[in-house]
Ligand binder design. Structure first.
Ligand code: PRP
Length: 179
């Protein structure tokens, strides 16, 4: 699996440092509040664990599953709500945990959904921000790292469901998805 990676961009230590920076910032920003963390499956599973262990607040955690890529390297433009949450979000301060914001369409879909449901505030903490990929106007509030417009995998991010278990974020060799 490691042989399919062209370049390692961020290793586990760098990611843990980013999670600590963001987790501590969230702790300061939400002092006295009980935020609801909304982790977006599947990609955000490791990032969620890293950030939350750095947050010193009473908080709730929910998992939602949406899908946009359908196994390819390009976003499909159509977002599907695969598994919803059951918890009320009305009047809650919601912090969305995402692995990557690329076109921004998944995030916009989620922010619209939460706004419709009456969330008091909606913030976003992402591991990776691919600003060059944006198709819609949406921004993340807490960003681990900016990435170039390359197809990255690992640390939760997949290609055709593989590579989520790589302990780093790396660039996938184009030869892998050209096959
Ligand atoms: C990926 C990623 C984000 C979204 C970002 O999820 O986890 O949720 O795409 O892309 P966008 O900004 O272009 O919308 P995906 O739909 O591949 O599901 P997964 O997390 O289960 O891999």
């Amino acid at each position: 699996m490691n042989n399919d990676i062209e370049e390692v961009l961020f290793d586990q230590d760098q990611i843990h440092q980013a999670a600590a920076r963001i987790g501590q910032q969230i702790t300061r920003d939400f002092d006295g509040h009980r935020p609801l963390f909304l982790s977006v499956l599947k990609g955000a599973y490791l990032w969620t664990a890293d950030v939350l262990r750095q947050v010193d607040l009473y908080a709730d955690l929910e998992f939602i599953k949406i899908s946009s890529y359908h196994g390819g390297v390009e976003s499909s433009d159509e977002i599907e709500l695969v598994t919803d949450i059951r918890r009320e979000v009305a009047d809650r301060d919601v912090i969305i945990l995402e692995d990557i914001v690329d076109t921004g369409q998944s995030l916009l879909f989620l922010k619209d959904l939460l706004a419709q449901r009456g969330a008091r505030s909606i913030q976003v903490a992402c591991l990776l921000d691919k600003k060059g990929g944006r198709k819609v106007d949406v921004t993340a509030d807490y960003v681990g790292f900016d990435v170039r417009n390359e197809f990255v995998v690992g640390y939760g991010l997949d290609y055709a469901e593989s590579y989520r278990n790589l302990p780093y974020v790396g660039v996938l060799k184009p030869s892998v998805y050209a096959k």
